[in-house]
Write a protein that binds this ligand. Structure first.
Ligand code: FPP
Length: 243
């Protein structure tokens, strides 16, 4: 990685492979989630050190509620611990935490811990951490359409005034577009993660389970990003290392 070359403004991380990482070590899946969470903390410090201001994480999809009751309960408790203890230090780092996703059927203790973390970090100006919990990209579009339809129905907005900017203002969070998405574990799909914001993102699929994904692997990912040509539909080559 070369910090003098163009860095992404907004990166997305699909933290996949916790379960498989643990199972391959003869441990329960929950152990993988716990180690994934530890690894995440280390990685986040590194990412903000690299001066990447926006990070979005796929922590729990709407579909993840279909996992075993035991695993869902474990993850919900892990989230509470993370938000009440482990990630509180993000405040000192100047990182503002926001959440994307639907409230129902999250347990109220998780929702309350999310609200508290958002509130305690709201002054952060060094970076933003957007955590997607009970999140689905298609549901985000449904919810955005309903918000806009309501404004039209109430006479606050006319149909002709609906623009890309209006759509972006009515998403769960107003964030810049995703530049780069890393999905660990070798799976090559985006599984409903920020499908609107990912329109022009570059993708990277390392064959490493999330708990084993090191800061050096992250640096290698950024190096790959810096060597990609992003054209945004135009035809001139725009190598990121020359920007
Ligand atoms: C996917 O791996 C991972 C999850 C569903 C949970 C991710 C959560 C963490 C890493 C904890 C950090 C969370 C927050 C809120 C910041 P998987 O279980 O699908 O792995 P598998 O594909 O090997 O089964």
């Amino acid at each position: 990685m070369n910090q003098n070359q163009k860095m992404p403004t907004h990166i997305g991380i699909i933290m996949d492979g916790n379960g498989r990482w643990a199972q391959e070590r003869g441990k329960p899946r929950s152990f993988g989630h716990q180690e994934g969470a530890k690894n995440l903390k280390k990685l986040l410090y590194h990412i903000y050190d690299c001066k990447i201001p926006y990070v979005s994480l796929y922590a729990f999809s709407t579909e993840n509620f279909q996992r075993s009751k035991e695993e869902v309960t474990f993850l919900m408790n892990l989230f509470v611990t993370l938000f009440r203890k482990e990630l509180k230090s993000l405040k000192d780092l100047g990182v503002k935490v926001v959440f994307s996703g639907r409230k129902e059927p999250l347990p109220s203790k998780v929702w309350n811990a999310m609200q508290e973390l958002e509130e305690s970090t709201k002054e952060g100006s060094r970076g933003v951490l957007n955590i997607c919990i009970n999140y689905g990209g298609q549901y985000e579009l449904v919810d955005m359409a309903k918000k806009i339809a309501n404004q039209v129905q109430e006479g606050k907005l006319s149909i002709d005034e609906i623009t890309k900017e209006v759509i972006e203002k009515n998403m769960y969070q107003s964030l810049p577009p995703l530049d780069f998405i890393i999905r660990t574990s070798g799976e090559m799909r985006i599984s409903n993660f920020m499908i609107y914001q990912a329109a022009y993102a570059e993708y990277y699929f390392p064959n490493i389970y999330f708990p084993a994904f090191q800061t050096s692997d992250f640096d290698e990912a950024i190096l790959t990003y810096q060597n990609r040509n992003r054209r945004f539909g135009k035809n001139e080559e725009k190598n990121l290392s020359n920007q």
